[in-house]
Design a protein around this ligand. Sequence first.
Ligand SMILES: [Zn+2]
Length: 484
Amino acid sequence: MFPFQEKPEPKYPCRIQPKRVCCRPKPKTEGNSKDPESLTFLTLPIHALLTIWFLLKPWYHTSMILKSATYVGADHRMHTQDIRVSGSVISQIQETLDPEEKERIIDCASFIIIPALADCHVHTPDTLLRGTHRDMPLASWGDGSKQGQLQQMLYAYLDEAVGKEEFKTLVLYSYMQYLRQGVGFIVETGQADNSSSILQECAQLIGLKALVDYYDEDSSQTPATATVSQGIHLPEEENLTSELLEEVRQRCVNDHPYLMTHCLETSWRRTQVQEKFGMSTVELLAKKHILDSKAILFHCVEASEQDIGLLAKHQANVVHCPVSNTRSGAGGMNLCAMLDQGINITLGTDYLSHDMWETMRTTYGELKQGMKPHLYDACTVLSMATRNASPFASETSYQGTIEEGSGADLLFLNAHHAISPIIDNPDFSNATHNLLIYARPEMITHVMVNGKWVIRNKVFVTVDEQEILKAYAEVVTKLFAEDY
Ligand SMILES: [Zn+2]
């Protein structure tokens, strides 16, 4: 096992900037530890909870029928049938289902139902950093410039000065944004040091499925749950040493956990690993026998033809982040070459922007540049944004499909008009294409995760959205009161 100390200092920073630099001192707030033991979670007043419970109790029935549900099936075609949700799973789909005693019936005739989306690369909480990294190469983040100093201040705040309730507010604010986008599963790589257990607890609280990256933190006090699983992190190329690599390798040998890292994101990072190890990150992982189906590699922009061959051979997972890659100047990943090799590719929004629909549509545009317009289409993109996450989301029962036995992770879109006309017959279907191109997150009326309503009639069921927005605004006001 990894040699944890009682209060472990992170061996490498929990974010994507190249290295820690001296931080502008920031007075700590009282009780600023992110120790989850000391958390008193922002919760709804008890009378409000009771009121909500009685109002929504019928929706929590362990079994329900989604009546006349028009949904996108595992075959990417549109179907209209009855769907039974029992507990956390889709238990039955038939033309007509008769309700059992006390079983709730939900009229779904006005909705298009699709699987909840999977955002497979996020850094929460990062919303305070919006715009602070603009037009700056990754290798310069946190440097001595005025912009770099501002970034340092925010890194230090999130690592050291943030109060425990404030941190939770920031995380829940972000998680609300993801859920509003229709995201039901995330791969959470964090932003602040020693924050993984809080991220896990917030995901649990709001009802978001997650694979949480624990870096070198001890997760024994916060065991995985039915909806939140855990993984570890290989230090970024600029921080990686032979000793750290050996520690991670040992953990992989002992526990075979999910292993995440930013992989060959930029030419600078490729140079870093080449100079230290004489090979690419992909080659290095393969050489150490830790490149396999539990490896989740973010970006892979600088993957060579040989790297792509290794990724395919070892069945590693790649998270494509096209919007992040474009805005950071990292460049374009060779998406079609990876698809041609049969690599499992998922999608991630990455850092500072979390618009999954923009990421999906950008990916679609990339595929159209690949000279194979019929081979890779909207169905390819929707698979990347949903079911392709299932190899590393299965512990949470997220499968990203609507079929019997799948986890009940569903989006209900009021989108009939927006995506019409739908032509869906054996010879031609525009159903998935029209959803991808013409639907918008604002059309999402309900979000169900693990068989439970998280958003119902556009209102959060699991948290008090207005309280979180108010608390978030107070953090922003306090933090940016000074003239930076
Ligand atoms: Zn990242």
